[in-house]
Design a protein around this ligand. Structure first.
Ligand SMILES: [Zn+2]
Ligand SMILES: [Zn+2]
Length: 352
């Protein structure tokens, strides 16, 4: 079968590789839809960042070239020995996280910060930009038939957003601010909206993303290129507390503003992967005891919560899908376009 494999920066290839078959505890999935992630584009333009190049990844035993594709949904077509929970014919979305299950964070249930953390479709072990993929049974989440495969492919980034919102420990009546309305920022907005929060502010300069932010539940969208964000937020909140700011933009200004506008004991949640460092004065955290948190991926529980969220907000989520392309076009219409073209894309799906 054909599969998109990563070799290095600006070097991805559609290769012919053997169709994978499920070993014990594994399931084989016919991929219905697979999303291209912002991290895939970082890896393509500026990598290798997360792909194992020098040595095999400890959990997959593989190194580049590796098959890409970690946000996906498909139909189970075969199961390996000992698989009991998943059956042929079921529609599943894949939890892409790989964890060891034995290190101290794993034993505490924080599998998303496993000391050997890896991601299927990034760290080897298979990937979804191919007709078939094989994953561990524990990584498969059954999704209702009423959830379209295209929406099923959004569950992985949605689980990331759900984890980030849990980290914020919001209080009723809090204002919230989301910087950046790319896929993750939009999903955070959708999750905040489902919580019933009344004041959800998005900061986003792009017109199409700003419109998407409103569809996903933002109650106000501020354009940081034409408005003073600090002043606007002060007007909107009228002295009320910003309980959390979410940085899904990775722009130096967004981090500075996020720290300044977050209220007493509020949290700044960094979800973005930054390509370079940013200077800030930690004193800015002191006077309101604001804390800065990193939020990485998700646990299995977060993924289950994503399945439940998608069942009720499928239409909102589907609105983020701006293009669906064939595997044959994944390099030109997918990676090259997202990396190097001016575009209005939010989420591009591949149908292998
Ligand atoms: Zn991703
Ligand atoms: Zn572990």
């Amino acid at each position: 079968m054909r599969a998109l494999r990563y070799y290095g920066a600006n070097d991805i290839r559609l290769d012919d590789i053997p169709e994978p078959e499920p070993g014990p505890g594994m399931i084989k999935v016919a991929v219905e839809a697979a999303g291209i992630c912002g991290s895939d584009i970082h890896e393509y333009k500026s990598g290798p960042i997360s792909t194992p190049v020098q040595a095999p990844h400890p959990l997959t035993g593989e190194q580049t070239p590796i098959v890409l594709g970690h946000e996906f949904c498909g139909t189970v077509v075969a199961v390996g020995e000992g698989v009991e929970r998943i059956a042929v014919g079921q529609q599943v979305a894949a939890n892409a996280a790989l964890w060891c299950g034995q290190c101290p964070p794993c034993l505490e249930g924080s599998t998303n910060v496993c000391q050997s953390i890896g991601f299927h479709g990034v760290s080897g072990g298979g990937g979804a930009f191919a007709a078939f993929d094989v994953i561990h049974e524990r990584n498969a989440h059954v999704i209702p038939d009423s959830v379209l495969p295209s929406v099923g492919a959004l569950l992985e980034p949605l689980a990331t957003a759900i984890h980030a919102v849990k980290m914020a420990e919001l209080h009723p009546g809090d204002h919230t601010v989301v910087f950046g309305a790319g896929p993750i920022g939009l999903m955070v907005l959708s999750v905040l909206s489902a919580m019933g929060l009344e004041s959800i502010i998005a900061v986003e300069p792009g017109a199409s993303r700003a419109a998407a932010a409103t569809r996903c539940g933002a109650t106000t969208v501020i354009d940081p290129f034409t408005e003073d964000v600090r002043t606007r937020i002060a007007e909107i909140t009228g002295g009320g507390r910003v309980g959390a700011s979410f940085d899904a933009a990775a722009a130096p200004d967004s981090l500075h503003v996020a720290i300044d506008i977050t209220g007493v004991h509020g949290r700044v949640i960094n979800i973005a992967a930054w390509e370079r460092g940013v200077e800030f004065n930690p004193t800015s955290l002191l006077f309101r005891e604001v804390s800065l948190h990193g939020s990485l991926a998700y646990t299995s529980k977060d993924f289950d919560d994503a399945v439940a969220h998608a069942a009720t907000r499928a239409e909102t989520l589907a609105g983020m899908i701006t293009s669906t392309i064939a595997l044959d076009d994944v390099i030109t219409a997918g990676f090259d376009r997202l990396a190097y073209d001016k575009h209005d894309e939010i989420k591009v799906l591949v149908r292998p």
